[in-house]
Write a new protein. Structure first.
Length: 169
C-alpha cells in the first residue's frame, strides 16, 4: 500500500491569514478583496519569468496569465462596466517576453485605479455600461471580483506547488 506523501516536506511560504474584522460592508468587502489580490501576488513572487509563463495545465493556465487576467477582469468590471470609462482593456495573452514584474505592476496599477473608483462610489450605485446584464450595483461587482480573485488565487496555489513545491497563502 502506498502511503500519501508527507506534505510537511514541501517548502512553504509564510501563511498569511485573512483579515478578521467586523465593520461596515464596504470595509469588509474591500479588505477581503485586497487580501486575495495580495495572495495572488505572493504566489508569483520569486518565480522565474519563463516558469511563470509556462502553462502548467492542459487549459494553458500559467501564473503570468492569472495575474494578467485579473487585471483584465478588474478593468472590465470596475472601470468599464461600473464607472463607464472608455478604456482599452489590458491584454491577458501571455507573450514570450512577459515578466512577472511587468504582470504584477500592471495588476497593482489596475488595483489602484479600481480602489480610487470604489472609494468615491456608493455600494448601491449601479453599473453605468453593462447593457448585457441586469442592473448590478457596486456591492455585486465587489463580491463578484472577490470570488473571481479567490478562485484564481487557488489556481495560483496549485500552479506554484506544481512548479517548485511552494505552498501557503
Amino acid at each position: 500500500m502506498n502511503a500519501a506523501p508527507d506534505v510537511r516536506t514541501l517548502q512553504g511560504m509564510p501563511d498569511q491569514k485573512p483579515p478578521y474584522l467586523a465593520g461596515d460592508e464596504r470595509a469588509v468587502l474591500c479588505a477581503l478583496l485586497q487580501y486575495q489580490r495580495d495572495s495572488v501576488v505572493r504566489k508569483v513572487e520569486g518565480v522565474d519569468d519563463a516558469a511563470a509563463r509556462r502553462p502548467m495545465v492542459e487549459s494553458g493556465t500559467s501564473l503570468v496569465w492569472l495575474v494578467k487576467h485579473l487585471a483584465y477582469a478588474e478593468t472590465i468590471w470596475f472601470v468599464q462596466r461600473f464607472a463607464g470609462e472608455d478604456v482599452e482593456l489590458p491584454d491577458a495573452t501571455v507573450h514570450d517576453d512577459d515578466t512577472v514584474d511587468a504582470a504584477v505592476d500592471l495588476y497593482r496599477s489596475t488595483c489602484a485605479r479600481v480602489d480610487a473608483i470604489v472609494a468615491v462610489a456608493s455600494l448601491d450605485d449601479l453599473c453605468v455600461k453593462a447593457p448585457d446584464f441586469p442592473p448590478l450595483d457596486l456591492r455585486w461587482v465587489l463580491a463578484h471580483l472577490l470570488e473571481e480573485t479567490a478562485r484564481h488565487a487557488g489556481h495560483a496555489d496549485i500552479l506554484r506547488e506544481l512548479l517548485d513545491g511552494e505552498t501557503g497563502r
